[in-house]
Write a protein that binds this ligand. Structure first.
Ligand code: ADP
Length: 163
Protein backbone atom coordinates (compact mmCIF):
# COMPACT_ATOMS: atom_id res chain seq x y z
CA UNK A 1 0.00 0.00 0.00
CA UNK A 2 1.61 3.23 -1.18
CA UNK A 3 0.83 6.20 1.07
CA UNK A 4 1.66 9.79 0.09
CA UNK A 5 1.51 12.95 2.16
CA UNK A 6 0.59 16.25 0.46
CA UNK A 7 1.22 18.99 3.04
CA UNK A 8 0.24 22.65 2.88
CA UNK A 9 -1.64 25.48 4.52
CA UNK A 10 -4.58 25.40 2.09
CA UNK A 11 -5.75 28.87 3.12
CA UNK A 12 -7.93 28.32 1.13
CA UNK A 13 -7.88 25.28 -1.18
CA UNK A 14 -7.47 26.43 -4.82
CA UNK A 15 -7.83 24.82 -8.24
CA UNK A 16 -3.99 24.65 -8.22
CA UNK A 17 -4.12 22.41 -5.12
CA UNK A 18 -6.90 20.30 -6.66
CA UNK A 19 -4.82 19.82 -9.82
CA UNK A 20 -1.90 18.53 -7.71
CA UNK A 21 -4.20 16.30 -5.61
CA UNK A 22 -5.62 14.71 -8.77
CA UNK A 23 -2.12 14.01 -10.13
CA UNK A 24 -0.95 12.70 -6.75
CA UNK A 25 -3.88 10.27 -6.64
CA UNK A 26 -2.46 8.55 -9.74
CA UNK A 27 0.74 7.78 -7.82
CA UNK A 28 -0.53 6.45 -4.48
CA UNK A 29 -3.16 4.16 -2.98
CA UNK A 30 -3.89 6.54 -0.12
CA UNK A 31 -3.31 10.28 -0.21
CA UNK A 32 -3.08 12.07 3.12
CA UNK A 33 -3.62 15.81 2.84
CA UNK A 34 -1.66 17.32 5.72
CA UNK A 35 -3.19 20.62 6.78
CA UNK A 36 -0.59 22.68 8.62
CA UNK A 37 -2.10 24.48 11.58
CA UNK A 38 0.47 27.25 10.92
CA UNK A 39 -0.49 29.78 13.56
CA UNK A 40 2.58 31.86 12.64
CA UNK A 41 1.29 32.46 9.13
CA UNK A 42 -1.93 33.90 10.60
CA UNK A 43 -4.27 32.03 8.26
CA UNK A 44 -7.45 33.76 7.08
CA UNK A 45 -9.54 30.64 7.64
CA UNK A 46 -9.43 28.70 10.92
CA UNK A 47 -8.21 25.12 10.70
CA UNK A 48 -11.75 23.67 10.88
CA UNK A 49 -12.84 25.70 7.83
CA UNK A 50 -9.74 24.76 5.81
CA UNK A 51 -10.31 21.08 6.64
CA UNK A 52 -14.03 21.30 5.81
CA UNK A 53 -13.32 22.88 2.40
CA UNK A 54 -10.82 20.12 1.52
CA UNK A 55 -13.09 17.32 2.75
CA UNK A 56 -16.02 18.60 0.70
CA UNK A 57 -14.00 18.69 -2.55
CA UNK A 58 -12.10 15.46 -1.89
CA UNK A 59 -15.24 13.36 -1.63
CA UNK A 60 -15.72 13.97 -5.37
CA UNK A 61 -12.01 13.59 -6.21
CA UNK A 62 -11.79 10.31 -4.35
CA UNK A 63 -14.77 8.93 -6.26
CA UNK A 64 -13.27 10.13 -9.58
CA UNK A 65 -9.77 8.75 -9.02
CA UNK A 66 -10.54 5.67 -6.92
CA UNK A 67 -7.86 6.73 -4.43
CA UNK A 68 -8.58 7.00 -0.73
CA UNK A 69 -8.09 10.60 0.45
CA UNK A 70 -7.67 11.43 4.14
CA UNK A 71 -7.41 14.92 5.64
CA UNK A 72 -4.95 15.13 8.53
CA UNK A 73 -4.25 18.38 10.46
CA UNK A 74 -0.72 18.57 11.85
CA UNK A 75 1.42 20.90 13.89
CA UNK A 76 4.61 18.85 14.33
CA UNK A 77 7.60 18.42 12.03
CA UNK A 78 6.63 17.47 8.50
CA UNK A 79 8.86 14.40 8.57
CA UNK A 80 7.24 13.25 11.84
CA UNK A 81 3.81 13.80 10.33
CA UNK A 82 4.88 11.63 7.35
CA UNK A 83 5.99 8.89 9.75
CA UNK A 84 2.75 9.23 11.81
CA UNK A 85 0.59 8.57 8.75
CA UNK A 86 2.90 5.88 7.31
CA UNK A 87 3.79 7.89 4.21
CA UNK A 88 6.83 6.91 2.14
CA UNK A 89 6.60 9.99 -0.04
CA UNK A 90 5.91 13.67 0.41
CA UNK A 91 4.23 15.33 -2.57
CA UNK A 92 4.72 19.01 -3.28
CA UNK A 93 3.60 21.27 -6.10
CA UNK A 94 6.19 23.35 -7.94
CA UNK A 95 5.13 26.63 -9.48
CA UNK A 96 7.74 29.17 -10.49
CA UNK A 97 11.44 29.40 -9.78
CA UNK A 98 10.49 31.18 -6.57
CA UNK A 99 9.20 27.90 -5.07
CA UNK A 100 12.39 26.08 -6.02
CA UNK A 101 14.85 27.56 -3.55
CA UNK A 102 12.62 26.96 -0.54
CA UNK A 103 11.74 23.44 -1.64
CA UNK A 104 15.39 22.66 -2.41
CA UNK A 105 16.34 23.48 1.18
CA UNK A 106 13.37 21.60 2.60
CA UNK A 107 14.30 18.42 0.72
CA UNK A 108 17.89 18.67 1.96
CA UNK A 109 16.85 19.13 5.57
CA UNK A 110 14.12 16.49 5.48
CA UNK A 111 16.46 14.01 3.86
CA UNK A 112 18.96 14.56 6.67
CA UNK A 113 16.17 13.85 9.18
CA UNK A 114 14.88 10.73 7.39
CA UNK A 115 16.44 9.52 4.16
CA UNK A 116 13.76 6.85 3.62
CA UNK A 117 11.06 9.39 2.80
CA UNK A 118 11.24 10.70 -0.77
CA UNK A 119 9.89 14.10 -1.88
CA UNK A 120 8.15 14.10 -5.24
CA UNK A 121 7.36 17.34 -7.13
CA UNK A 122 4.40 17.77 -9.42
CA UNK A 123 3.44 20.60 -11.75
CA UNK A 124 -0.11 21.72 -12.32
CA UNK A 125 -1.66 22.23 -15.74
CA UNK A 126 -0.34 25.48 -17.34
CA UNK A 127 -3.66 27.27 -16.71
CA UNK A 128 -3.43 26.57 -12.97
CA UNK A 129 0.26 27.10 -12.34
CA UNK A 130 -0.04 30.77 -11.45
CA UNK A 131 -2.78 30.27 -8.84
CA UNK A 132 -1.67 31.06 -5.29
CA UNK A 133 -3.83 31.18 -2.14
CA UNK A 134 -2.22 34.47 -1.13
CA UNK A 135 -3.29 36.21 -4.36
CA UNK A 136 -6.74 34.63 -4.32
CA UNK A 137 -7.30 36.13 -0.85
CA UNK A 138 -6.07 39.51 -2.02
CA UNK A 139 -8.41 39.49 -5.04
CA UNK A 140 -11.37 38.40 -2.90
CA UNK A 141 -10.59 41.05 -0.28
CA UNK A 142 -10.72 43.74 -2.95
CA UNK A 143 -14.02 42.43 -4.31
CA UNK A 144 -12.63 40.75 -7.44
CA UNK A 145 -13.98 37.60 -9.08
CA UNK A 146 -12.10 34.49 -7.94
CA UNK A 147 -14.24 31.95 -9.77
CA UNK A 148 -11.37 30.99 -12.15
CA UNK A 149 -9.14 30.09 -9.20
CA UNK A 150 -11.31 28.22 -6.67
CA UNK A 151 -14.39 25.98 -6.59
CA UNK A 152 -17.85 27.56 -6.16
CA UNK A 153 -18.01 26.40 -2.51
CA UNK A 154 -14.64 27.98 -1.67
CA UNK A 155 -15.64 31.16 -3.53
CA UNK A 156 -18.77 31.41 -1.39
CA UNK A 157 -16.71 31.14 1.78
CA UNK A 158 -14.34 33.86 0.56
CA UNK A 159 -17.22 36.17 -0.33
CA UNK A 160 -18.82 35.59 3.11
CA UNK A 161 -15.49 36.14 4.85
CA UNK A 162 -14.97 39.55 3.21
CA UNK A 163 -18.65 40.63 3.21
P1 ADP B 1 2.61 26.20 1.89
O1 ADP B 1 2.22 27.20 2.92
O2 ADP B 1 3.28 24.98 2.41
O3 ADP B 1 3.29 26.80 0.67
P2 ADP B 1 0.24 26.00 0.27
O4 ADP B 1 -1.11 25.68 0.75
O5 ADP B 1 0.46 27.38 -0.21
O6 ADP B 1 1.21 25.64 1.43
O7 ADP B 1 0.67 24.99 -0.87
C1 ADP B 1 0.75 23.61 -0.64
C2 ADP B 1 1.48 22.96 -1.77
O8 ADP B 1 0.74 23.13 -2.98
C3 ADP B 1 2.86 23.53 -2.06
O9 ADP B 1 3.70 22.48 -2.46
C4 ADP B 1 2.62 24.47 -3.20
O10 ADP B 1 3.78 24.65 -3.99
C5 ADP B 1 1.55 23.71 -3.96
N1 ADP B 1 0.74 24.58 -4.81
C6 ADP B 1 -0.09 25.58 -4.44
N2 ADP B 1 -0.65 26.17 -5.51
C7 ADP B 1 -0.16 25.53 -6.61
C8 ADP B 1 -0.34 25.67 -8.03
N3 ADP B 1 -1.12 26.61 -8.55
N4 ADP B 1 0.35 24.82 -8.83
C9 ADP B 1 1.17 23.88 -8.31
N5 ADP B 1 1.38 23.69 -6.99
C10 ADP B 1 0.74 24.50 -6.15
Amino acid sequence: MRIGLYPGTFDPLTLGHIDIITRACALVDRLVIGVAINRDKGPLFPLEDRVAMIEAECAVLSAQTGTEIVVHPFENLLIDCARDVGATMILRGLRAVADFEYEFQMVGMNRALDSSIETVFLMADARRQAIASRLVKEIARLGGDVSSFVTPAVRERLVARFA
